[in-house]
Design a protein around this ligand. Structure first.
Ligand SMILES: [Cu+2]
Length: 386
């Protein structure tokens, strides 16, 4: 990765903050209309702005900071949260936030907006642009260096941010009990010499024919009709590399009855290398889920549920599982369809880090041809009326 982009713009081989840096990056010179010139955020003094922030990264976890300004988080993944003020926010791949920013600083100055990498060792410099008070010339650089991005591996700091996110007053609370529980052990494995990711020892490898059409039209043999494991052996040591790093490819799915409550416990573990466990931002299609809690080590069934937040857990569609920890989610199967639940780190997904949930597929009427255009359903159903 050569550059992080803010609104599509990033600098490569030069920096707009070169004067503050000891490394050899040269000062960027822009002549106007340059492709890589930063998009400057222009603001009036003494107003409150709502900034909508989303991360569309394939790999990196990000941190955003606006020099000299507090960010008041009010929304996450499309749901309001209890407002809280921070100096910077973490944004994992697939997440979105709204923050309120009040322009209450010296209006004769400009301020750095910096977006840097967290969660894995940064190999790219932070992206920079300016918060420009209209009362100051847009070309005027801030008098001090850009703010530091918090240490990439300060996971306590990351967790503390995640735990501040709570539903806004009046948000729908989760059902008090769940009907099903799935515990998904996240492991890094080797299959035929290739590095893969697996859930309960199954590395997802999707069939050519779309699941929705296969189920609706009863096409047997498209995918494994047996459900993948709902748990993993409780003596698995999550603190060490897998004793047996083998996993299997699989394309089976978890099918749930309509309108039941499902708990999903994401369980992190050591990767293939000793002393290595990565973060994974898990993203669910077709639903929001409540984030009931985060914990360290192995999830203790019958114990850790007592600490679930059933009062004001945030409704989200993406949640992180931290190194060597677990994350508990709850959702209601109220949306007929077939839904991916996967790590939003793109390479991890393609290395098998996902599962598939289905509910109420018999309730679905017409499936558009566009959703059938691969594999067997393409041959059998597409353009059938032509
Ligand atoms: Cu991942």
């Amino acid at each position: 990765m050569q550059s992080i982009l803010i609104n599509g713009r990033g600098q490569f081989n030069c920096s707009i903050a070169a004067q503050f840096s000891e490394n050899t990056k040269k000062q960027c010179t822009f002549r106007g209309g340059d492709q890589c010139a930063p998009r400057i955020l222009r603001v009036e003094p003494n107003k409150t702005y709502r900034l909508r922030i989303a991360s569309t990264t394939a790999l990196a976890s990000l941190n955003l900071v606006v020099q000299g300004h507090k960010l008041v988080v009010v929304e996450a993944d499309g749901n309001y949260v209890t407002p809280f003020a921070v100096d910077d926010i973490d944004i994992y791949s697939g997440e979105s936030y709204s923050v309120l920013l009040t322009t209450n600083q010296d209006p004769s100055q400009n301020y750095w907006i910096s977006v840097g990498v967290r969660g894995r060792r940064p190999k790219t410099l932070p992206a920079l642009t300016l918060l420009n008070y209209r009362t100051a010339p847009a070309s005027k650089l801030p008098p001090s260096p850009p703010p530091e991005i918090p240490l990439w591996n300060d996971f306590d700091r990351s967790k503390s941010f995640s735990k501040k996110i709570l539903a806004a007053m009046g948000s729908p609370p989760p059902p008090k009990k769940s009907n099903r529980r799935l515990i998904l052990l996240n492991t890094q494995n080797r299959i035929n010499g290739f590095i893969k990711w697996a859930l309960n020892n199954v590395s997802l490898s999707v069939p050519a024919t779309p699941y929705l059409g296969s189920i609706k039209y009863g096409l047997k043999g498209v995918f494994d009709q047996k459900s993948p494991p709902r748990s993993f052996p409780m003596d698995y040591d999550i603190t060490k590399p897998p004793a047996n790093p083998n996993a299997t490819h699989g394309n089976g799915i978890y099918t749930f009855p309509l309108n039941i409550t499902v708990d999903v416990i994401l369980q992190n573990a050591n990767a293939l290398n000793p002393n290595e466990s990565e973060i994974h931002p898990w993203h669910l299609h077709g639903h929001d889920f409540w984030v009931l809690g985060y914990g360290e080590g192995k999830f203790r069934q019958g114990v850790d549920e007592t600490a679930f937040n059933l009062k004001n857990p945030p409704l989200r569609n993406t949640a992180v599982v931290y190194p060597y920890g677990w994350t508990a989610l709850r959702y209601v199967t109220d949306n007929p369809g077939v839904w991916f639940f996967h790590c939003h780190i793109e390479p991890h997904l393609h290395m098998g880090m996902g599962v598939v949930f289905a509910e109420g597929v018999n309730r679905i009427g017409h499936i558009p041809d566009d959703a059938l255009g691969c594999g067997l359903t393409r041959k059998m159903f597409v353009n059938r009326h032509r």
